[in-house]
Design a protein around this ligand. Sequence first.
Ligand code: NI
Length: 226
Amino acid sequence: MLLRIPGVLTGEQVAYCRDRLAKADWVDGRVTAGYGSAKVKKNTQLPEESPVAEELGDIILTALETNALFVSAALPSRVFPPLFNRYGPGDGFGAHVDNAIRQGLAPEMRIRTDLSCTLFLSAPDEYDGGELAIDDTYGTNHVKLNAGDMVLYPSTSLHAVTAVTRGTRIAAFFWLQSMIRDDAQRTLLFDLDRAIQQIGVDVPNHASVVPLTGVYHNLIRRWADI
Ligand code: NI
């Protein structure tokens, strides 16, 4: 499932992040790339151990904890601390698949990457190019969102960032391990959850809401690893 999650950060939070990032020290983005990806990657990043990355990452993760759409879609088990990248003119990232396992700085932070997240911190009119191009069975999806919006997509996807031709594209990116490893099962649960929520809004106290909610949780019981 490829999903846009609007307004993860408020305009105020985006402005704060941008201000902090403008004063931070950036390094070559190949530090977090695997052997294959390093050959097609050209951008800059905050170092993983950067205090600014840690501070802003916490702002993002705190916002996501209470984001109902994110929690329902991702069913997160463990979330990698967000990283930050910057693409200027001529920068881009060719087609690649993210590493299956990510080791963070803390020894216990080792996750299987089920879902990849990109949170846009630049407005679309600040740069040309710089689209996140994600392949799925329908073809290639070109994603370029408002500042503060996030896209969630399966880490199994082949994806790229098209070359920036004007301006600067700044984003946060990270991965998560879901309680539901399989994308198709997770998508079913998301669809079921959304349908139950909708019934609750359209027909409050409908007799089917409780048994359907039971089905939802019993499917999680069958499929979840936590
Ligand atoms: Ni990637």
